[in-house]
Design a protein around this ligand. Structure first.
Ligand code: PLP
Length: 349
């Protein structure tokens, strides 16, 4: 079993499909990417590639600062958030790491490598409230993904502020991964971004690949106090010129936010409706993000394998620590949902 979603190209290879055929026929519900990809213009002057890129892809950083209502000094572009997670843990080497789980698996992997004591704080998936860890200190790091994966629950700002104050009282680090927050909205009111100026031990990770439907472009943003970013461990020229040009195009796309909001509202409901009569599903969890978590009556991994043979990739959630089978599905388009629903109906069990 793969430890994470987004195995598009290896799945195509296993099916013996050409890349062109896979791009046309293979549906990836396992990586929660916006299917409304921006229009990318790949007509780029090759002479641009002769030179090393600017240290911080400046036009992009400026655009992002406006979008996030931050100063550019509070933003550090990185070669994707997955890489930033490892850089951060490697740099901080927290003596104690507390992970609100279930969560994106890379945090547990990084903690295992770089932190001697890791504790999981199991989130109750049926409530909005978080249990706050006791016995924190200045060497502790607390991590929360909001909206959370794999369930899509969004923790309200009151909870986040209370958690921040709790960490502040113990001088602990707090890392919030807001990678899926743009699907709810870019407004500051959903985020802890406005607290960055007040607490230098607050770090926010903002992936851009999900929202702009472009996981092949490796750019994300680390948001933190400028003093922290001055010391951030990073190789020179972290962002490729092509990546920054394409991501800049994505951020400049007219109406992309409005189109995404309209798509998500309508097509998330379509997915839920199409699955509502499925005999394999015990429960659909409420989600505010662009994916949904399902509890099943049948083991997840054999189902994932059956669907993969039909060109449908889903995320079996066996390694998220559930004691019953769960899967996660990205919201896509009605035609894609229909194909999935039909395959689920035909599952021989
Ligand atoms: C919560 C969360 N953060 C970060 C990432 C990685 O993002 P990136 O594509 O920027 O590496 C993922 C990818 O699935 C994710 O689920």
């Amino acid at each position: 079993m793969t430890a994470h979603g987004g195995q598009f190209f290896s799945a195509a290879q296993q099916l013996g499909w050409s890349t062109e055929h896979a791009l046309d026929q293979l549906l990836d519900f396992s990586a929660s990417l916006n299917p409304l990809q921006p229009d990318f213009d790949l007509n780029i002057n090759p002479a641009l590639l002769m030179h090393y890129p600017p240290e911080q892809a400046n036009p992009l950083q400026q655009l992002l600062a406006e979008k996030l209502q931050l100063h550019t000094e509070q933003i550090r572009l990185t070669n994707g958030i997955s890489a930033a997670i490892f850089d951060f843990f490697n740099w901080l080497r927290p003596k104690q790491t507390l992970l609100y789980s279930p969560l994106y698996g890379e945090y547990a992997r990084a903690a295992k490598l770089f932190s001697p004591h890791t504790q999981l704080i199991r989130r109750d998936l049926d409530t909005n409230s978080l249990v706050f860890p006791s016995q924190l200190n200045a060497d502790s790091l607390v991590v929360l993904v909001n909206p959370a994966t794999p369930d899509g629950r969004r923790y309200p700002r009151t909870q986040l502020i209370a958690l921040l104050q709790h960490c502040q009282a113990h001088q602990s680090w707090l890392c919030i991964d807001e990678s899926f927050l743009p699907f709810i909205g870019w407004q500051t009111e959903h985020s802890l971004r406005d607290q960055l100026a007040h607490y230098p031990k607050l770090i926010i990770f903002q992936s851009l690949t999900k929202y702009y439907g472009c996981a092949g472009i490796r750019i994300g943003a680390i948001l933190a106090h400028p003093t922290q970013l001055e010391n951030w461990p990073q190789a020179t020229w972290p962002i490729a010129t092509l990546d920054s040009l394409l991501m800049t195009q994505a951020l400049q796309q007219a109406n992309f936010d409005a189109r995404t909001q309209a798509w998500l509202k309508q097509d998330k409901q379509d997915l839920i409706t199409q699955l509502s009569d499925c005999r394999l599903i015990e429960k659909i969890y409420p989600s505010e993000a662009n994916f949904i978590l399902l509890k099943l009556h049948t083991p997840a991994q054999p189902l994932a394998e059956y669907l993969a043979r039909q060109g449908l990739l889903i995320r079996a959630c066996d390694n998220f620590g559930f004691n019953q089978p769960h899967i996660r599905l990205a919201v896509k388009t009605p035609a894609a949902h229909q194909r999935l629903a039909t395959a689920l109906d035909n599952y021989p069990c």
